[in-house]
Design a protein around this ligand. Structure first.
Ligand code: SF4
Length: 438
């Protein structure tokens, strides 16, 4: 077994980014207009409902994004703003850039200027438009802007909490379950989530989508007939070009025992402009293909995201979602229920709710496990079954996903099983004990 990655412990300046990724012509290739008024004033207008699901789902964009564009990118044409490569080139990565658009808290500024975190900083202008400019506790802001809490290492935390490096037979490929492999396409994401389990890999420029590394991975899969399912993740595979994706998917599809391919992506939430008709045409060539989308909070469900999910669903791609349970972001039943409902409205089936992994510097994001169970209790029986994800802990050390359920079976009374329903009422189910002769 070989290690797949090199761990670094600095805020990356992007110098080591994979050359095949969207070209970065500096943090802000276009000049940003001077700050016209205080950030708080710019955003004073939107009413709270502007954060919520647009009543008209066919709106092109939200009021919030329009205000942001007017304030900070007034000269940028729609054609550029809606171009995913422009969004990647103009990611916000440094304190000085962010400071023009947000009032940074002392903890945020110190984290941005001081380094010492596992993960670099990168936020698309589109996603930043959804972030509160003056409230450091705003859920989307906490998800993407670092604070000094990331520098604090707590007992039980690890840079590689799932021990992926020890289960990696070739660089960038993790083989944990007999019939599935995880293939890291690249380490590039347009926007970096502060709680990313792969912080040790992502954004460090060490996992490139180059042909020789990927050929080695294809060879390994070809030589492993038990592998019927390949999960392409990263980094975000949808940040690769259409041509590169087509090549990777085509190679995987040519392996006879690979029955299905899944792609893990946060693109519809952070870079919905990436979902183009050409991308959908590319993806649909490689069915059966599934997408596991990563959503964190209902405010990510914008008109742009709706449109992106609709295009993917119309391409015949089953969409599932994965959500990490995060303290101060989505750790209450109402927020989670709203998110799950909005996902269903975007034709995305809630799939997993993850307990936050014990990643180094993540204590400020982790909730007690009881909080997750409480949320599942508040969902099950109280909303559509499709809206209830499976709550799991990915076992530290590489033990795989372990589902957690509020106790439904409470015991036995003779030939009856005693069950508790969502209203805390007890029911009997006839369940004779098997006879010795059975
Ligand atoms: S999109 Fe996924 S891989 Fe990228 S930073 Fe977020 S959690 Fe990590």
């Amino acid at each position: 077994m070989r290690d797949t990655v090199t761990t670094r412990t600095t805020l990356d300046d992007g110098a080591g980014e994979a050359p095949e990724e969207p070209p970065n012509r500096g943090p802000l290739a276009l000049s940003i207009a001077p700050l016209p008024r205080s950030p708080a004033a710019v955003f004073a207008a939107p009413a709270p409902e502007d954060y919520s699901l647009p009543r008209n789902r066919f709106l092109r964009t939200s009021r919030r994004t329009r205000s942001f564009r007017r304030a900070f990118f007034p000269e940028v044409a729609d054609q550029d703003w809606n171009d995913w490569r422009w969004q990647c080139r103009n990611r916000l990565r440094r304190a000085a850039d962010l400071e023009r658009m947000l009032s940074l808290s002392p903890h945020e500024r110190a984290a941005l200027e001081g380094g010492g975190s596992l993960l670099p900083v990168g936020i698309t202008p589109y996603y930043l438009s959804l972030v509160s400019p003056d409230d450091p506790r705003h859920p989307l802001r906490r998800a993407v802007i670092p604070t000094t809490a990331e520098f604090q290492r707590s007992p039980g935390e690890s840079d590689d909490p799932l021990s992926e490096d020890s289960q990696s037979p070739v660089p960038g490929l993790v083989h944990r379950y007999p019939d599935r492999v995880l293939l890291l396409a690249s380490d590039f994401c347009s926007t970096y989530c502060r709680y990313c389990t792969r912080s040790r890999v992502v954004g460090h420029g060490t996992i490139h989508p180059n042909a020789s590394r990927l050929e080695e991975a294809f060879d390994y899969i070809r030589a492993s007939p038990s592998v019927r399912d390949v999960l392409l993740s990263g980094g975000d595979p949808l940040s690769l070009s259409d041509e590169k994706l087509d090549w990777i998917l085509g190679n995987l599809r040519s392996i006879p025992h690979v029955e299905m391919i899944r792609i893990g992506s946060k693109v519809p939430a952070v870079l919905p402009q990436r979902v183009t008709p050409q991308l959908c045409r590319t993806l649909r060539r490689h069915h059966p293909l599934w997408l596991s989308l990563h959503f964190t909070h209902p405010e990510e469900c914008t008109p742009e995201t709706h449109r992106a999910c609709a295009m993917l669903a119309d391409a015949g791609i089953p969409l599932g979602s994965q959500t990490v349970l995060l303290r101060g972001i989505n750790d209450d039943a109402e927020t989670m229920k709203t998110l799950m409902h909005r996902l269903l409205m975007m034709r995305v089936r809630p799939y997993y709710l993850y307990q936050c992994d014990p990643l180094s510097g993540s204590a400020h994001f982790r909730t007690p496990v009881e909080k997750g169970l409480e949320i599942i209790r508040a969902l099950r029986g109280f909303t559509t079954g499709y809206a209830v994800p499976t709550y799991v802990i990915d076992a530290p050390g590489g033990g795989g996903k372990i589902p957690l359920m509020p106790d439904a079976v409470i015991g036995r009374d003779g030939d009856s099983l005693l069950l508790r329903n969502h209203e805390d009422k007890i029911f009997r189910y006839p369940d004779p004990k098997p006879c010795a002769s059975d």
